[in-house]
Design a protein around this ligand. Structure first.
Ligand code: TXA
Ligand code: MG
Length: 326
């Protein structure tokens, strides 16, 4: 891996102009979306896309999301049927990624799509991201800006902790609002399938669809429908133990709401995702809390139960992956 100086840019007009120029020149630039920081590269530039996989150490069978400033731009790269259009019109800009049939010869690199006949498209909601995408004028492919398998970044400092010296720049737009990644929904032949829970809740999607989402049939881990859904992911260095009702000696503790498991006083360090029991606040705090507890150097992070409704579904998905054997 070539080392380079990683520029710290702010989200001012000058900062964004510099970031856009770097992206147009094939550079790698991390930028804030409303979910997590993305590691951006020009989706039409195969070398830039290869650089993203290399900087993250990401397995190349895992396709990337192409980010665009609006639905009109998305339709240059993906085929939107009536169902996909309805979801895009309701939830974009916002934390929803749509996987749709790819437009042939659209210019997006085969590597970004990992050779699949479908493409993942997303219109992020931050002003910073949208202004940047408009200036670049090309789709920007961006996975979360962390080393593959690590906890996703919700601040510029998290990005630098993983990728300083491996990427050209990071645009600092402050902490992200949503805190967990976008919901990924495939829409093929009029059927909407949930591939990854995320910032848009299942109930919000089903209200717009007027019916249930189809479930991801990928019980076969060798060939997942969404290739990125690896069991171990978002993993801190510490072991993660879920749904604890009793804290063991030497553990750090992550809680939700005012409930405390037995033996809480033994915890080396305790963080609460949301004292008021608010799932949106908990999602925004999740990855930062995992990083802080991990930094305490404990062998195990004990996690109290989080309700599975609304954003709790995405939070519990990420926690299960953090707890999976590495
Ligand atoms: O919130 C987010 O989605 C963030 C920000 C930066 O936009 N990005 C992100 O990217 O989480 P990444 O690469 O970590 O996750 C992309 C997910 C993976 O699970 C991948 O397998 C799936 O989208 N995906 C991409 N293209 C796909 C395709 N053609 N078919 C099925 N799944 C696809
Ligand atoms: Mg990721």
């Amino acid at each position: 891996m070539m080392t380079r100086r990683t520029l710290r840019l702010d989200a001012s007009a000058d900062g964004l102009a510099a970031a856009a120029q770097l992206l147009r020149d094939g550079g790698l630039v991390a930028f804030p979306t409303e979910t997590v920081y993305g590691l951006g590269g020009d989706a039409t530039n195969g070398r830039a896309v290869a650089g993203i996989y290399a900087a993250k150490g990401r397995p190349p069978f895992n396709p990337l999301i192409s980010h665009v400033p609006d639905l009109a731009a998305a339709r240059q790269f993906g085929v939107f049927d009536a169902v996909a259009l309805r979801l895009a019109e309701r939830f974009w800009p916002g934390p929803l990624t749509l996987v749709v049939p790819a437009v042939a010869r659209s210019g997006v690199s085969e590597l970004a799509m990992a050779g699949l006949p479908t493409i993942a498209l997303r219109v992020p909601a931050t002003q910073t991201a949208r202004a940047l995408l408009r200036q670049v004028g090309r789709p920007v492919t961006a996975p979360s800006a962390n080393v593959s398998g690590h906890v996703s970044p919700t601040t510029a400092a998290h990005v630098l902790a993983d990728l300083d010296g491996r990427i050209d720049a990071v645009v600092d737009g402050g902490p992200t609002q949503v805190g967990v990644e976008s919901t990924v929904v495939a829409v093929v032949d009029g059927v909407a399938t949930l591939l990854r829970p995320g910032g848009v809740t299942r109930s919000a999607l089903e209200a717009v669809l007027g019916g249930k989402l189809a479930e991801n049939a990928a019980a076969d881990p060798a060939r997942p429908v969404s290739p990125g859904m690896l069991a171990s992911h978002y993993a801190p260095n510490a072991q993660v133990r879920l749904n604890v009702d009793e804290v063991r000696v030497g553990e750090a503790l992550l809680t939700f709401g005012c409930a405390r498991p037995a033996g809480s006083g033994r915890a080396v360090m305790t963080l609460d995702l949301s004292e008021g029991g608010d799932l949106a606040e908990a999602a925004a705090n999740l990855f930062g809390a995992l990083r802080r507890l991990d930094a305490a150097g404990v062998a195990t992070i004990a996690v109290a139960p989080v309700p599975d409704r609304d954003l709790g579904e995405a939070i519990n998905d990420r926690l299960r992956r953090a707890a999976a054997p590495k």
